[in-house]
Design a protein around this ligand. Structure first.
Ligand code: FAD
Ligand code: DLZ
Ligand code: SF4
Length: 509
């Protein structure tokens, strides 16, 4: 017999480690282990979600006639790590071979490569992704600059998605110019998918409450889908109710509306309950059936076959060095406000609050509020990466690291994106209603009442001038800075120093 090892983000029957399984003889092995649950202090909801989805998947496998060996976290014999648990299973079953699908993260894959058991280990590629490591490396080879847009077009062609012969559907590859409306009108946003916790989820929640009491985040209420059936319902609900507005309000932020018109599917796609291609095909079908407009459907599809595959490609191309990139030499410690510490900056307060409650924030909150702050305040990439790994239920290093190190912090010096996504308060004010409930004034540029994003934005450009001035996409901004009066520049520096001092002293900013 063979032992088929399944990780917590490989919960799909089509996974390569199960491709030629003998249901009668082989044993599928899954384990909840302390090392994995604590190498960073994951959000409580994230642990509950993964453990519940794993337990439900194990039950489904059993119901379909497979032999499953499942170690729960609180099993007295649990040896605590993937390796030590597999070692026990290897000794118990004496399998002919151990079959695994490559781990999605470098850390775990390196560990896998070092595994040594009596049985040989067969590590197979993860064909849930649409672009292999080899294909991405080949595409990247010899290019001066890597840009998502060109990669995305290749993926559209390869999978024949939203194509009209060899031309893009509608004549354009990208309809972003029609997207990104500010949330001016009163929006009537449909409710996101919500499951009710069953006995398995309740048991896991009790376990998490008991064993991880100091981890960040709220455990209750818990509404994530934890089975394939529920995840498919969540996908259907998104396609029917929210996809049509996905494009228009993709960048909009509204106080008290954590979900907006986003899909909230990343948790399920990343752990295997949904496959990326089925999500993309469901969206294309909605367009072909005349149920959703092209700008929304193209925008959604680009996130999945474009951005998702592109960041994964960069991750595997650049690891392990990518983990320690710090192009801007940023050193500031992550302030307490990221952990829910009190702050007067309403945008930051809302985004952290929702992150704590839901283990979710939508893309523009992660990028233009939390990420923008981390960038212009010069926060240490290690600390920022750890925070993003901890707090989101969809976080795995292959997707988290490029988004943080590359997209928000520009710590890779421009590998993933061509310029830093820095912005002043005006952007947040345009795309959200946060500023009207803020103690700071978004229109004020200097002094204690001014919006901190306004002076930190310029201070960031001044502090990093030697590294960023040569970036042609920042040319105009640096020319504006050149024209700024000495008095204005001094005020920017002075306000920023005052703000940083308050941060360092753990004062409420
Ligand atoms: P939607 O807005 O509905 O998008 C649809 C899908 O597209 C998502 O489910 C996701 O699979 C994919 N997608 C969209 N943008 C990206 C992107 N930039 N990179 C990769 N996939 C993308 N996504 C994660 O899955 N895990 C992370 O740990 C993660 N960390 C992030 C950290 C930062 C700083 C930023 C700026 C983005 C991060 N993202 C991450 C990307 C993106 O924010 C989330 O995928 C998205 O918010 C998930 O919510 P959704 O399913 O509602 O997405
Ligand atoms: C996120 C996570 C957690 C918290 N715990 C486990 C676990 O105990 N067992 C498991 O198989 N997977 C877990 N996961 C998901 C893994 O982190 C993920 O499968 C790997 O990081 C992939 O590289
Ligand atoms: Fe955020 Fe500035 Fe607006 Fe306050 S005024 S919510 S700090 S952007």
């Amino acid at each position: 017999m063979n032992l088929c090892f399944l990780l917590g983000d490989q919960l799909n029957l089509s996974i390569s480690s199960l491709s030629n399984i003998d249901a009668e003889k082989d044993v599928i092995f899954m384990c909840e282990v302390w090392d994995e649950a604590t190498y960073v202090q994951h959000h409580k909801k994230k642990i509950a979600f993964i453990f519940s989805a794993m337990r439900h998947f194990a039950d489904e496998l059993r119901a379909q006639g497979y032999n499953v060996h499942y170690t729960k976290l609180d099993d007295p014999e649990n040896a605590g790590s993937f390796y030590s648990e597999l070692k026990r299973a290897d000794e118990q079953y004496k399998p002919k071979s151990i079959i695994a699908t490559e781990a999605s993260e470098y850390r775990v894959l390196e560990d896998m490569k070092d595994w040594s058991f009596d049985a040989p280990v067969d590590i197979r590629p993860d064909d849930r992704f649409l672009c292999t490591h080899y294909e991405f490396a080949e595409w990247a080879e010899g290019r001066k600059q890597l840009r998502m847009e060109y990669f995305y077009r290749e993926m559209r062609r390869k999978y024949n998605i939203l194509m009209d012969g060899d031309k893009p559907e509608g004549g354009e590859w990208n309809y972003d110019s029609e997207n990104r409306k500010p949330p001016k009108d009163a929006l009537n946003i449909p409710q996101t998918y919500m499951s009710q916790p069953d006995d398995i989820t309740r048991e896991v929640m009790d376990l998490v409450a008991d064993r991880f009491p100091d981890h960040f985040g709220d455990l209750e209420p818990f509404h994530f889908a934890v089975t394939r059936e529920q995840a498919v319902q969540a996908l259907d609900q998104f396609i029917k109710e929210r996809l049509c507005n996905f494009g228009d309000y993709q960048d909009a932020m509204v106080e008290g509306e954590p979900w907006m018109y986003h899909s909230h599917l990343s948790f399920y796609i990343n752990c295997g309950l949904l496959l990326p291609l089925e999500c993309v095909q469901a969206a294309e079908e909605a367009y072909r059936d005349g149920k959703s407009p092209l700008n929304a459907v193209e925008g959604f599809i680009r996130q999945i076959i474009g951005w998702r595959e592109y960041v994964r490609g960069i991750y595997w191309l650049k690891m392990p060095e990518y983990e320690s990139e710090n192009f801007l030499d940023a050193k500031r410690k992550l302030p307490a406000l990221f952990w829910g510490g009190d702050t007067q900056m309403n945008c930051m307060r809302q985004c952290v609050k929702e992150t704590k409650e839901n283990a979710y924030a939508h893309h523009i909150q992660r990028l233009m509020v939390l990420g923008n702050f981390a960038l212009i305040a010069g926060l240490d990439p290690d600390e920022v990466n750890e925070w993003y790994m901890i707090v989101y239920a969809d976080a795995y290093q292959w997707v988290e690291l490029p988004n943080v190190t590359g997209m928000i912090l520009f710590a890779d010096g421009g590998v993933l994106g061509s310029k830093p996504y820095s912005a002043s308060g005006a952007y947040i004010n345009k795309m959200s209603d946060y500023c009207k409930g803020c103690r700071y004034k978004v229109t004020k540029k200097k002094g204690p009442d001014a919006c901190p994003f306004n002076y930190l934005y310029w201070d960031f450009l001044i502090r990093n001038e030697d590294k960023l001035r040569g970036n042609h996409r920042l040319g105009m901004i640096y020319r504006t800075l050149e024209r700024m009066s000495e008095k204005k520049v001094e005020a920017v520096i002075e306000d920023s120093r005052r703000f940083f001092k308050a941060l360092e002293n753990d004062e409420k900013v």
